[in-house]
Each structure stands twice: as structure tokens, then as C-alpha cells.
Design a protein around this ligand. Structure first.
Ligand SMILES: [Zn+2]
Length: 178
């Protein structure tokens, strides 16, 4: 009896959820049809030309530098509209969308490639890293004679979040002094 009752309650709950989902989908469809602020960058009916230039600006929040690169649009995106291009570059924010030029930017919470960064590896080693991929750090050197325990709690905290230096020499001079 108890089981049957809770079963009925379950069905009622499922039905209510389904209605809620349907209502939500309708709302989404409605707002999708209306011109929203997110689509301001896209001219109506504009499509990327075959020779369209893509200008990508990466802002590195750890050092404040930004790097811009200009590439030709991938050929599979020739003729694509704003939505198709945005779907392809899902981590980017498109600020300008024209047939011959698309501008996009993104913030990356790392140092830019111009720095060397002392940090702590997942294995707990002191390592020298640099931004080799734009959005990912690569280990350049592991200091096997050093360990996290050599440093004060404040220094450890800085190392864990990554300490940026202009050069490898600067990073190693800091290591030797601590
Ligand atoms: Zn930088």
C-alpha cells in the first residue's frame, strides 16, 4: 500500500517535472527568436567569407599581457553564420562578426608565454614551467633537490598559485635565495 502510494506520488512528480521542462523549453525558444544582446556582434544574415581573417586576442590575467594572433578561417567555416562560428569557437567571445573579419577574445587565468613560472607539480615537486600552449603550462625543469617544505607558508602559497619571472635565471636566483 505504502509502495503504491509513493509510486503514484512519483508519477505525479515526474509529470510536474515534465511540464516544467516543457515550459522552460518554450521560454528558451521564445528568447532565441528575439534579437538578444548576445547577438549584437552578428550582422543579420552575415556569413564568413572564404578568405575571412580571424583575430584572436588572449588576455592573460596573471600578468595582464595580451597576445593577438591573426589566422585565416578554417575552410569548413567558410559560409558559416554567427551561430555556427560561435559554436566552433565555444570558449571565445565574439566581439565583431563581419564577412571578411571576425574578432574574438578570451581571458586565460595564466601567465603569458613571455614568463617563466615557478610552481609545484601534482607530485609535489618544485618545477619551472611556461605557457607553451597559450592555455596550458608545460614543465621545463624539475628541481629535484628542492621540496615544498623548504619554503615558508607564504612562499608555499605563492608557489602553489605560480610565481612569474621574466627569465629562467631570475627564477633560479629567487630559488637560490630561498
Ligand atoms: Zn605576460
Amino acid at each position: 500500500m505504502e509502495n503504491r502510494r509513493s509510486g503514484r506520488r512519483g508519477i505525479a512528480l515526474a509529470a510536474a517535472l515534465l511540464l516544467a521542462v516543457l515550459a522552460l523549453r518554450e521560454t528558451n525558444a521564445g528568447s532565441g527568436n528575439a534579437p538578444g544582446p548576445a547577438l549584437d556582434a552578428a550582422g543579420d544574415g552575415v556569413r564568413a567569407s572564404e578568405s575571412c581573417q580571424v583575430i584572436q586576442t588572449m588576455g592573460f590575467t596573471r600578468c595582464g599581457h595580451s597576445v593577438t594572433r591573426r589566422v585565416r578561417i578554417p575552410q569548413e567555416l567558410a559560409g558559416a553564420d554567427f551561430r555556427e562560428v560561435q559554436a566552433h569557437y565555444s570558449v571565445w567571445r565574439i566581439g565583431k562578426f563581419a564577412a571578411d573579419q571576425i574578432e574574438m577574445d578570451r581571458e586565460i587565468p595564466l601567465f603569458c608565454p613571455a614568463h617563466r613560472v615557478l610552481s609545484v607539480s601534482e607530485a609535489g615537486e618544485i618545477v619551472l614551467t611556461w605557457n607553451a600552449y597559450g592555455d596550458g603550462m608545460a614543465v621545463e625543469k624539475t628541481y629535484e633537490d628542492r621540496s615544498v617544505g623548504d619554503f615558508t607558508p607564504e612562499e608555499q602559497e605563492k608557489l602553489l598559485s605560480g610565481m612569474g619571472f621574466d627569465t629562467r635565471e631570475d627564477a633560479e636566483a629567487w630559488l637560490q635565495a630561498h
